[in-house]
Design a protein around this ligand. Structure first.
Ligand code: NAD
Ligand code: UD1
Length: 332
């Protein structure tokens, strides 16, 4: 039996595919390359020395999805495919609702038809909105502030309803904090198109000389050094969380929700300093206005994932900064 990885050519999907293959799982990837490229599949093979089946298809295309389930014995789905840019979702809400929600509905419909009832879903810490207290626990109030976040919250609710209607389902919802870093080999990582929105890709582009300086969005927040605090997690640790989630889905039915974060908050300037130290490169920065919609500080309480999945993040901020730069250097 195989694990279907939707969006497996993407940033988190490719790292998770590597870990799945390395632990002997049989995988099938489906991706339409809307935010990735075919070379990633070759890199996954190069890292693992293993082969897997791939379908270039849109998860919205029911016929293609049906074909995948007909041709393969799919035991479980790890569902990464979706659009993920918060700002873009405000400009293009219809595309975001269609791709993320309709795509998931097509997937669930086909899963049901083929009696595949285990799903691991990529959710986000953005569903907590602006948390009043930190660290953030899974039972905190949920509040979304962008179409992107709303799609994720709606999918969480859809998955809950699917389970309510059919108690044979095993649903694991993973709320990611801020994934950064890359595979040790530097063969796979995150390569955003155009001007990066997120902190680490921006820093690596400054280090590479592609951008002149980092704009630090505000230093007047109520945080230790005034800059925004986040829970950055190494993408390989995050990927390993999916293997633990899969174990959980295999042994237990129901809906389980977990934060995947380190539990440690770092400020923008902490990240700049760590990056400079481990890579021996100066990162020029200027303090600018706050970015609209940003919150001062949030980081995870990862205790539930530790207790129930036996998962903890082990890679520290230095390793995250080192691996992010190693990937960028090799893929400029
Ligand atoms: P990504 O864009 O790198 O990967 C998503 C992959 O899905 C891409 O390869 C893309 O081509 C594919 N895809 C998108 N729509 C598709 C469709 N309709 N049919 C087939 N393939 C499709 O993103 P990522 O960073 O790897 O994120 C993976 C998931 O995790 C997403 O659902 C994202 O919303 C969620 N997430 C990401 C972050 C983050 O910071 N990266 C944080 C929280 C949650
Ligand atoms: C953003 C998304 C979130 C997503 C996450 C990881 C928003 C509102 N939220 O979160 O949904 O899950 O990315 O992909 O967009 N910063 C700078 N200069 C920069 C870029 C960022 O100072 O050029 C600061 C930000 O103000 C923030 C921190 O760095 O304090 C992290 O920013 P970013 O990497 O964009 O992540 P989030 O804002 O946490």
């Amino acid at each position: 039996m195989a694990i279907l990885v939707t969006g497996g050519a993407g940033y988190i999907g490719s790292h998770t595919s590597v870990e799945l293959l390395e632990c002997g799982e049989d995988i099938v990837i489906v991706d339409n390359f809307s935010n990735s490229s075919p070379e990633v599949l070759e890199k996954i093979k190069e890292i693992t020395g293993k082969d897997f089946k791939f379908y270039e298809a849109d998860i919205l295309d029911k016929e293609s999805m049906d074909k995948i389930f007909k041709e393969n014995d799919i035991e479980a789905v790890i569902h990464f495919a979706g659009f993920k840019a918060v700002g873009e979702s405000v400009q293009k809400p219809i595309q975001y609702y269609t791709n993320n929600i309709s795509g998931t509905l097509v997937l669930l419909d086909v899963m049901k038809k083929y009696n595949c009832k285990k799903i691991i879903f990529s959710s986000t810490a953005t569903v907590y909105g602006s948390p009043k207290i930190v660290p953030v626990k899974e039972d905190f109030e949920l509040h979304t502030e962008s179409p992107y976040a709303t799609t994720k919250l709606m999918i969480e609710k859809i998955l809950q309803d699917v389970y309510t209607s059919d108690n044979d389902f095993s649903v694991v919802v993973l709320r990611y904090f801020n994934p950064i870093g890359a595979h040790k080999t530097g063969l796979i990582g995150e390569k955003p198109n155009g001007i990066p929105n997120n902190l680490m890709p921006y820093i690596t582009q400054v280090a590479a000389g592609i951008r002149e300086q980092l704009n630090v969005f505000g230093n007047d927040y109520d945080t230790p050094d005034g800059t925004g605090v986040r829970d950055y997690i190494h993408v390989v640790d995050l990927s390993l969380g999916h293997l633990k989630a899969l174990e959980k889905a295999r042994k237990e039915k129901g809906v389980n929700i977990y934060n995947l974060g380190t539990g440690i908050g770092y400020s923008v300037l902490d990240i700049v300093k760590a990056f400079e130290k481990v890579n021996n490169i100066e990162i020029k920065y200027v303090i600018t206005d706050r970015r609209p919609g940003d919150v001062a500080m949030y980081y995870a309480d990862p205790q539930k994932a530790k207790e129930e999945l036996g998962w903890i993040a082990t890679r520290d901020i230095d390793e995250m900064c080192k691996d992010s730069w190693n990937f960028t250097k090799k893929n400029m």
